[in-house]
Design a protein around this ligand. Structure first.
Ligand code: CDP
Length: 227
């Protein structure tokens, strides 16, 4: 038996800019649970590689770097080697580099323990691409959150502009389609709904409505388990 037995996990997976982060954070807040932004770990690995001059093709070096990632999550702030990189890792260039190195099996394996370490009582909401399929296959609820490519590009555009980055909607849409294809077609942990996942299409849903659907799915499950 592992020490994690019984600590519930809600896994929220889905394509880029589907709103997973916002939804997962809100759900965690509502339940009083912890939150894991697994994409941040891929972004941090990419940033660390670029800073250390490690090639994005050097799988062994990248895995070594990811296994010793000097990362600290302090509330909403993310630090790498003691430096606040919360906004830096949201840069599209870092996102694209993260998506490239995320295809490397050794790097993914190196991040597994770090991710599973986030599972603490009373529960964890984890968002990413493979939370329900690989990292927490025993998650109590698995959600696959999606939305049309156009609406995701618009959301990402707004998010970047709000953070003070410059952005171009057409370029974002093209990038997003490329990243979708890369995430879905890679050999290891490809993006796909986990077995038994509740699929939520948020193209026409607001944040509150989407959060409500996730919480309802969780309550329905709990009720059925208790019945
Ligand atoms: O914001 P966006 O959804 O584009 O990205 P993210 O969730 O911050 O993740 C950055 C990149 O890491 C993604 O493009 C994925 O390729 C990769 N990733 C992954 O492979 N597995 C995860 N569990 C999370 C992210």
């Amino acid at each position: 038996m592992s020490t994690h037995d019984g600590i519930p996990v809600i896994a929220i997976d889905g394509p880029t800019a589907s709103g997973k982060g916002t939804i997962a954070q809100r759900v965690a807040q509502m339940l009083g649970w912890g939150y894991l932004d697994s994409g941040a770990l891929y972004r941090l690995s990419a940033l660390a590689a670029l800073r250390d001059g490690v090639s994005l093709d050097d799988e062994a070096a990248l895995a070594g770097l990811a296994a010793r990632l000097p990362v600290a999550f302090r509330g909403a702030t993310i630090e790498l080697a003691g430096q606040d990189v919360t906004d830096t890792i949201r840069d599209e260039a870092i996102g694209n580099a993260a998506s490239r190195i995320a295809a490397l099996p050794a790097l993914r394996a190196a991040l597994l323990d770090l991710q599973r370490g986030f599972r603490r009582a009373p529960g964890l909401v984890a968002d990413g691409r493979d939370m329900g399929t690989v990292v927490f296959p025993e998650a109590r609820l698995k959600v696959f959150l999606t939305a049309s490519a156009e609406s995701r590009a618009e959301r990402r555009y707004k998010q970047l502009i709000e953070k003070g980055f410059s952005a171009n909607l057409d370029a974002l849409l093209a990038d997003l389609r490329q990243r979708d294809a890369r995430d879905a077609n890679r050999a290891v942990a490809p993006l796909k709904p986990a077995e038994g996942a509740v699929v939520i299409d948020s193209t026409h849903l607001g944040i509150d409505q989407t959060v409500a659907q996730v919480l309802k799915a969780y309550r329905d499950l709990a009720r059925r388990a208790g019945a």
